[in-house]
Ligand binder design. Structure first.
Ligand code: SAM
Length: 244
């Protein structure tokens, strides 16, 4: 994977002016360093997640989406640091390792239709868009939904649909979904989201209390309409808000 990535950069470098050239080299180095950090975090959390490596396709998707385009108020060093960053309105873009892990836990496939709750900057949706047929994503803060929708369209992520609203109730007209990712924490597993998940489909979400104990949880929908829930990793997410 890293060889393919370097090869592309070499082709681009040949076409660029000297200042653009060093910027591109820096960007490639920062991206590669971030992928290394994700690999390291994956190994270090193996005891929790049972995964020593993430799927190549997921790492490719992480490499393909330029995080700095989703955090335009920061410089490249911050954009490619393996940590969450504020995106305004009291919200954050998640830590890249968590984006990669949640994507991996979803087991995305090319024909899948997935739902994300908590669009935020649009970054997680952009990563998912590389791996599945269509991404539906809901954001409760209208200004963030509008900004993410414009950015995703401008950057050509044309298999992503964004809407403003309370994602606790899902997007029934667009479902059922092969997978659902929730990027904000609530105390329960939203029943409407379970309902909108296909049998065998996975939902990856933090469950717990904001600023207290939370666990990244993988829900698998059963044939009888019920589900199993497996706690995977202690995490820290912003709250799932709304009047539900
Ligand atoms: N996935 C985002 C990204 O890639 O930038 C990061 C999401 S941030 C950790 C969580 C987001 O969930 C915030 O933007 C927040 O406004 C949103 N949110 C909180 N409660 C929500 C709800 N009930 N429905 C939809 N979005 C919600």
């Amino acid at each position: 994977m890293s060889k393919v990535y370097c090869g592309l950069v070499v082709v681009l470098l040949g076409l660029m002016a000297p200042s653009a050239l060093s910027e591109a080299a820096t960007l490639a180095e920062l991206q590669e360093a971030l992928l290394d950090e994700i690999r390291l975090d994956t190994r270090e959390t193996r005891g929790y997640t049972g995964r020593a490596k993430l799927h190549k396709s997921v790492m490719r998707a992480m490499a393909a989406v330029p995080r700095h385009e989703f955090v335009d108020r920061y410089g490249l060093d911050s954009a490619y640091a393996n940590r969450p960053l504020p995106i305004g309105h009291g919200q954050t873009i998640s830590q890249p390792f968590i984006v990669a892990l949640m994507t991996d836990l979803l087991d995305p496939e090319a024909d899948h239709v997935v739902l994300e709750i908590g669009t935020g900057s649009g970054y997680q949706a952009a990563v998912l868009s590389q791996l599945v047929n269509h991404v539906y994503t809901i954001e409760i803060i209208p200004e963030l939904a509008t900004k993410a929708a414009s950015l995703l369209t401008a950057k050509g992520y044309d298999n992503v649909s964004v809407k403003a609203g309370d994602g606790y109730f899902g997007w029934p007209e667009a479902g059922p979904f092969d997978g659902i990712i929730v990027t904000a924490v609530g105390p329960d597993i939203p029943p409407a989201l379970v309902q909108q998940l296909k049998v065998g489909g996975k939902m990856v979400l933090p469950v717990g209390t904001p600023r207290a104990a939370q666990n990244l949880t993988v829900v698998t929908k059963l044939e009888n309409g019920g589900y199993t829930a497996e706690e995977v990793l202690p995490v820290a997410f912003v709250p799932l808000t709304g009047d539900h």
